[in-house]
Design a protein. Structure first.
Ligand code: ZN
Length: 124
C-alpha cells in the first residue's frame, strides 16, 4: 500500500476563520484553504497560519473522530456543515468589529482635529 504524505491541515486566516484541508505541503494546503474560502490565493497566502496538523486517516472525521463513509473527504457531513456555518459567523463578526473600529477611529480622529481647531493638512 502506498503511504500518502498527505496530512490534515487546520489553517487559520484573520477574516476568514479556519479551513480544514488535506495536502502534502503547507503550500498545497494554503491553495486548498483559499479555494475553501473562495478567495484568490495571492490575497490570503501571506496571512495564513497553521493552527495544527493531523495525520490523515481515511474515513475518520478529522474533527470529531467519528467513522464515516467519505472517500476523500476529511470531515463528516455534520462537521463539514458546522464548519461552514461557523466560518460564516466568524466572518460576519469580524466584519462588524472592523466596521465599528473604523467608525471609532474616524470619530477619534475627528475629535482630535476639533481639539486642534483645524483639520488635517496632509493629504495622503
Ligand atoms: Zn465529524
Amino acid at each position: 500500500m502506498a503511504v500518502s504524505k498527505e496530512q490534515v491541515w487546520f489553517l487559520r486566516h484573520e477574516g476568514h476563520g479556519v479551513a480544514i484541508v488535506r495536502a502534502e505541503s503547507f503550500e498545497q494546503a494554503t491553495v486548498a484553504a483559499a479555494k475553501f474560502w473562495g478567495v484568490p490565493w495571492g490575497k490570503v497566502a501571506a496571512g495564513i497560519e497553521v493552527e495544527r496538523t493531523k495525520p490523515l486517516v481515511t474515513n475518520i472525521c478529522a474533527k470529531c473522530g467519528k467513522m464515516f463513509w467519505g472517500g476523500k473527504e476529511i470531515l463528516c457531513t455534520q462537521c463539514e456543515k458546522a464548519q461552514r456555518e461557523e466560518d460564516a459567523e466568524q466572518v460576519r463578526i469580524r466584519r462588524m468589529l472592523r466596521e465599528r473600529y473604523k467608525q471609532e477611529a474616524r470619530m477619534m480622529k475627528k475629535g482630535a482635529e476639533d481639539e486642534e481647531g483645524r483639520g488635517a493638512e496632509v493629504e495622503a
